[in-house]
Write a protein that binds this ligand. Structure first.
Ligand code: ATP
Ligand code: MG
Length: 348
C-alpha cells in the first residue's frame, strides 16, 4: 500500500513557532525522508471561513502568507503538493455523504471542538458550518487516501472522528476508504506549545504568538516580555521549570549544540534547569539564551521568505499545480465512493 501524507493549516494568520514545532518541522523531515509516495499540504480556506465568514479578505490574504511560510521552512513543491481546499470540489461532495455517518452528540463530545466553541464565544449560537468542520476534515483526509496525518496534539480528536467515519463507511458500503493514522511530534514539548503569555496553547486566535516572519527586534521584545514562573520574584528564589513557557520553548528548540555554543557555564539544558529550580538563576539570563536559539532557528526561514515574497508569480504557480494534482486525486476517490454508494447513474 502507498504511504500518503495529508496535513495542512488554516489560513487565518501567519504561521507561528507553535505550528513549526507541532507540525511544520515534522512535515519537512517526512518530506525529505523519501519514505512517502505522495504528500498533500492543504491551505484549508473553507475551514478557515467557518469562523471567519464575515472576514473573507482575511482568509484570502492569509492563503498567500501561509503558502509563503510553508515554502520558507522548506516545503519542496517537487515533493509536496501545496493545494487550496476551496478549489477541490470533490471534497465537498464527500463531506455531504459523510455527514450521515456522524451524530450531533459525537461532535459535541469532541474536546477540541468544545474548547474552540468556548474560545470563540459561540456557546449560544454555534454556526452549523463550524460545528461540522470535523466531518469536512475527514473528507480532506480520506480524499487523498492519506495513511499518515502529521499534526499537533489538538488534532487527535479530529483524527478519531475521521477514523470512525472510515470504519462506518467501509462497513456499510464495502471497503472504500483508507484508514489514516495520526503522527504526533516525538518531542513532548512540541505537542502543544504554550503561548508567550503562559496560556496552554500558542494560537493565532489568542494573539500570544511568535511568528515565523517576525523580525529580530520583535522576537527579542516578545521573548524578553514572556511569562515565566510568577513565584520566581528574586533571582535567589527557587523556580519552577515545569509550567514555564521559557523552559518549554527551550525543550522544543534547544539542541546540545546550542548549549555548547551559547551557554559556556552549563553542560546541558538539564543543568540549566537544575540551577533555576534550586534558585540563583535569573529569568533574563534564560531568556537571553532562548532568544539566541530562536533567532538562529528563524534566521534562515526569514531569509528564504524575503526572497519568495519578491516572486508572487512563483508562489501562484506552485499553488496552481498543487491544486490541479489534488483535484485529480480527490476526483478518483469520489468516483470510488459514489460507485460503492450506488450513486453513479450515467456511464461515460
Ligand atoms: P486557529 O486559532 O485559527 O485555529 P491555530 O494556531 O490553531 O489557528 P491551525 O491552522 O488550526 O492553527 O493549526 C495548524 C497545525 O498546527 C495543526 O497541526 C495544529 O495541531 C498545529 N498547531 C497549532 N498550534 C499549535 C501549538 N501551539 N503547538 C503545537 N502545534 C500546534
Ligand atoms: Mg486550530
Amino acid at each position: 500500500m502507498k504511504k500518503i501524507i495529508l496535513t495542512g493549516d488554516r489560513p487565518t494568520g501567519q504561521l507561528h513557532i507553535g505550528h513549526y514545532v507541532g507540525s511544520l518541522r515534522n512535515r519537512i523531515k517526512l518530506q525529505n525522508s523519501g519514505e512517502y509516495d505522495e504528500i498533500y499540504l492543504m491551505l484549508a480556506d473553507v475551514q478557515a471561513l467557518t469562523d471567519n465568514f464575515d472576514h473573507p479578505e482575511k482568509v484570502r490574504e492569509n492563503v498567500r502568507e501561509v503558502a509563503l511560510d510553508n515554502l520558507a521552512v522548506g516545503v519542496d513543491p517537487e515533493k509536496s503538493h501545496l493545494l487550496i481546499q476551496s478549489q477541490v470540489p470533490a471534497l465537498f461532495e464527500l463531506f455531504t455523504y459523510y455527514m450521515n455517518l456522524v451524530t450531533v452528540a459525537r461532535v459535541q463530545r469532541n474536546p477540541t471542538v468544545k474548547s474552540e466553541i468556548k474560545m470563540r464565544g459561540f456557546q449560544a449560537s454555534v454556526p452549523l458550518g463550524f460545528f461540522s468542520y470535523p466531518v469536512s476534515q475527514a473528507a480532506d483526509i480520506t480524499a487523498f487516501d492519506a495513511t499518515t496525518v502529521p499534526v499537533g496534539e489538538d488534532q487527535a480528536p479530529m483524527i478519531e472522528i475521521c477514523r470512525e467515519i472510515v470504519q462506518r463507511f467501509n462497513t456499510i458500503y464495502g471497503k472504500t476508504l483508507v484508514m489514516p493514522e495520526i503522527l504526533l511530534p516525538e518531542n513532548k514539548a512540541s505537542l502543544r506549545l504554550p503561548g508567550t503569555d503562559g496560556k496552554a496553547k500558542m494560537s493565532k486566535s489568542l494573539g500570544n504568538c511568535i511568528y515565523l516572519a517576525d523580525d529580530p527586534k520583535t522576537v527579542h521584545d516578545k521573548v524578553m516580555s514572556m511569562y515565566t514562573d510568577p513565584n520566581h520574584l528574586r533571582i535567589s528564589d527557587p523556580g519552577n521549570v515545569e509550567d514555564n513557557p521559557v523552559f518549554i520553548y527551550l525543550d522544543a528548540f534547544a539542541t546540545q549544540d546550542h548549549v555548547d555554543e551559547y551557554l559556556k557555564d552549563y553542560e546541558s539544558l538539564d543543568a540549566l534547569k537544575a540551577h533555576y529550580t534550586r534558585g540563583g538563576l535569573g529569568d533574563v539570563k534564560v531568556k537571553r539564551f532562548l532568544e539566541k536559539v530562536l533567532q538562529e532557528t528563524l534566521e534562515p526561514i526569514r531569509k528564504r521568505r524575503a526572497i519568495l515574497e519578491k516572486d508572487p508569480g512563483y508562489v501562484e504557480e506552485v499553488l496552481r499545480q498543487g491544486t490541479e494534482k489534488a483535484c485529480e486525486k480527490a476526483s478518483e476517490t469520489l468516483q470510488r465512493v459514489k460507485d460503492n454508494m450506488q450513486m453513479t447513474y450515467f456511464k461515460n
